[in-house]
Design a protein around this ligand. Sequence first.
Ligand SMILES: NC(=O)c1ccc[n+]([C@@H]2O[C@H](COP(=O)([O-])OP(=O)(O)OC[C@H]3O[C@@H](n4cnc5c(N)ncnc54)[C@H](OP(=O)(O)O)[C@@H]3O)[C@@H](O)[C@H]2O)c1
Length: 241
Amino acid sequence: MKPLALITGANKGIGFEIARQLGKLDYHVIVGARSIERGTSAVEALKSEGIDADFVELDVTNSDSINKLPNFIRSKFGRLDVLVNNAAILLDYDGPRPSDTDMQVLRQTFETNFFGVFLVTQSLLPLLRESPAGRIVNLSSSVGSLSSILDKYSPLSQVVSPAYQASKTALNALTVLFAKELESTKIKVNSACPGPVKTDQNPKRGVLSVEEGADTAVWLATLPADGSTGGFFNSRKPVPW
Ligand SMILES: NC(=O)c1ccc[n+]([C@@H]2O[C@H](COP(=O)([O-])OP(=O)(O)OC[C@H]3O[C@@H](n4cnc5c(N)ncnc54)[C@H](OP(=O)(O)O)[C@@H]3O)[C@@H](O)[C@H]2O)c1
């Protein structure tokens, strides 16, 4: 039986490409998307490449949508091996500065990028615990790396997207906290930074292709039993928290 992977926000961008690359590695992929239309057309595109793909309607800010997930996956597939928490929003691309950041922007960003990941992960852990090789990959960003923000020689220290940055810093905390809780199990939990990828989220500074951006996440999703857990990686190399 093929291993089964759920990718959130997989209707476009890096998430779609992660689904495509995992599908090419003979994983059965479930495209999580909040729009039925966008999700099913992504599934059709994957199927046209010979990939086993299914759709699940999933808005990571909607707890009803999340609560239905475990039963849907268990009844339809009976298993889950990989969870890629990819869905995210970036509302403060060019600022404003922290002192001018709107509380609504901060809350909305955390709803998707942090609480959404937390709830989806919590709801699917029972299924992942049953997998012979459970893998959780959180799509993070080096713009949320505290070391890089504090390093005045790093170009990343110039980025001003406080709500997004704080949400990714917090997401990295989830990675290490879940990894620690699960260290005696077969589940590995890691954060992946895709680098600056040209997508709708990063239209100005993105330079990498989605193929390049998806690579580290796919590598982490397919780690062998002796692979790392509780790490933060870009280009398959550890990066500072
Ligand atoms: N691009 C970069 O340079 C870059 C750099 C570092 C990290 N990342 C991270 O990589 C991941 C993918 O980014 P991307 O560049 O591919 O972004 P993208 O093209 O904007 O795609 C984001 C995906 O997330 C989905 N999404 C947003 N809110 C959602 C919700 N509430 N429920 C379900 N799905 C939701 C979007 O769905 P809709 O189509 O319905 O909006 C879309 O499918 C994100 O976690 C991002 O923060 C990206």
